[in-house]
Design a protein around this ligand. Structure first.
Ligand code: HGY
Ligand code: MN
Ligand code: MN
Ligand code: MN
Length: 413
């Protein structure tokens, strides 16, 4: 079927359903955490689909997976499109998978139409975008642009106790036929399709978001230490209770951060108590803090406020507190050339759109440090994501892929 390449919507929707079966949860979401068996199964399926179409597959030292469709001139750096296949523990079927599978659909649409491009186009599935199992997130794209090295993560232990080094080795070994390539191979440009993970496109009845920037993210781990004791015999005067310190600090932060600044985000997603016995005063309480802001100085000010609130609470309870930073992704903006191309494609396809910034972090933000990059958003129902109820209307899936195809064809040399 020659002529202008066209997205095969039915095939793309079918692919999304196939991948949604990998790590499927009872509530209709996915649990396909980075470098898990489920992640390896999804990478295996994508690799098999790629070789079945005659595309070549590669991986690098941090297991980023690349699928290459040759162009006329192999000497030219390829255009890169893609996203991630790993998910949150109670994630949705579209976060990451949509962008990765739509990118693969772009390759298939070009192949079906026998459309030759000057340069090659490659699809990438970035390793560990989420950072939920192994912190930090966006490990694959950070290593790709040299903002980190796989060696930096070798001693990371997962939230489920797994060992990064072993899981990475198992993931690389699971695709023996993938040719190994150095980290950070030259590319010409990058585009990523992703769900908005927020409500604005749906509320405004828009088909697409032209993403111009991504807000900053910082992850802290806070540990209060006090002294364990008997719940029944230890009176107030003798308590050094880290639970009281932690809750005092969090109460202080919940009233002083987000209510004072509508652009600020502060989330405590993980909380653990040691020894976790009903009738023992804890000796240690640890929790994570995810802070976001579009402005770098505000991000730093929020971190300072977290530190101050924790230190004050520790003092008041005669406890100690340790705070470490496990992730720091400064805010960044995308290339005007690329966002203009997406905008032109949206107009050509008569898709209503707006320019917007991303509240979620993405691999594209690191890739934008080395090449012109940008993102396309599509609406998701009620803006829900990082939730098993995440949903994207089929028409929005297909429009997103059509937009990605058009903008990619405009961008590849
Ligand atoms: O957390 C984030 O912003 C991304 O969706 N992983
Ligand atoms: Mn994502
Ligand atoms: Mn996510
Ligand atoms: Mn992302």
């Amino acid at each position: 079927m020659k002529g202008r390449p066209k997205v095969n919507g039915e095939r793309l929707l079918r692919r999304l359903s196939e991948f949604a079966e990998i790590g499927k949860t009872n509530a209709g979401g996915v649990n396909r955490q980075a470098l898990s068996n489920e992640d390896r199964a999804a990478r295996r399926l994508l690799a098999d689909l790629a070789t079945a179409r005659g595309f070549k597959i590669f991986q690098d030292a941090i297991a980023n997976l690349f699928i290459r469709r040759e162009g006329r001139n192999a000497a030219l750096p390829p255009m890169l499109i893609g996203s991630h296949l790993d998910s949150q523990p109670t994630g949705g079927r579209f976060d990451g998978a949509l962008g990765t599978l739509a990118a693969f659909e772009v390759l298939e649409a070009l192949e079906d139409a026998g459309h030759e491009t000057e340069a090659a186009i490659e699809v990438v599935a970035w390793t560990n975008e989420e950072g939920s199992r192994f912190a930090p997130g966006v490990m694959g794209s950070m290593a790709f642009v040299g903002a980190a090295h796989p060696d930096d993560f070798q001693s990371v232990i997962a939230s489920d106790g797994a060992n990064f080094r072993e899981e990475l080795a198992a993931t690389l070994a699971a695709l023996p036929e993938a040719e190994m390539r150095p980290l950070g191979t030259l590319i010409s440009a990058y585009l990523e399709l992703h769900i908005e993970q927020g409500p604005s496109l749906e509320r405004e009845g828009l088909a697409a978001g032209v993403v111009t920037a991504v807000q900053g993210t910082r992850w802290l781990t806070v540990t209060f230490s006090g002294s364990a004791g008997h719940a029944g015999t230890t009176s107030l005067a003798y308590r050094r209770d880290p639970m009281v310190a932690a809750t005092a600090a969090l109460n202080q932060l919940q009233i002083s951060v987000m209510p004072q600044d509508e652009d600020a985000r502060l989330t405590v997603g993980r909380f653990s108590v040691h020894p976790g016995s009903i009738n023992a005063i804890p000796d240690r309480v640890t929790f994570t803090v995810d802070i976001r802001h579009p402005d770098a100085a505000s991000l730093t000010a929020i971190e300072a406020r977290v530190r101050a609130a924790c230190e004050e609470a520790a003092l008041s309870q005669r406890c100690s507190v340790e705070i470490s930073t496990s992730f720091d992704m400064p805010p960044g903006s995308f290339s005007k050339v690329m966002t203009d191309r997406i905008e032109a494609a949206a107009r050509a396809l008569e898709l209503p759109y707006k320019r917007m910034i991303s509240g979620a972090f993405h691999d594209a933000l690191f890739v934008a440090r080395v090449v012109p990059a940008a993102m396309i958003f599509v609406p998701c129902r009620d803006g829900i994501s990082h939730n098993e109820a995440e949903y994207v209307e089929p028409v929005d899936v297909i429009n997103g892929a059509r937009l990605l195809l058009e903008a990619t064809m405009e961008s590849v040399s």
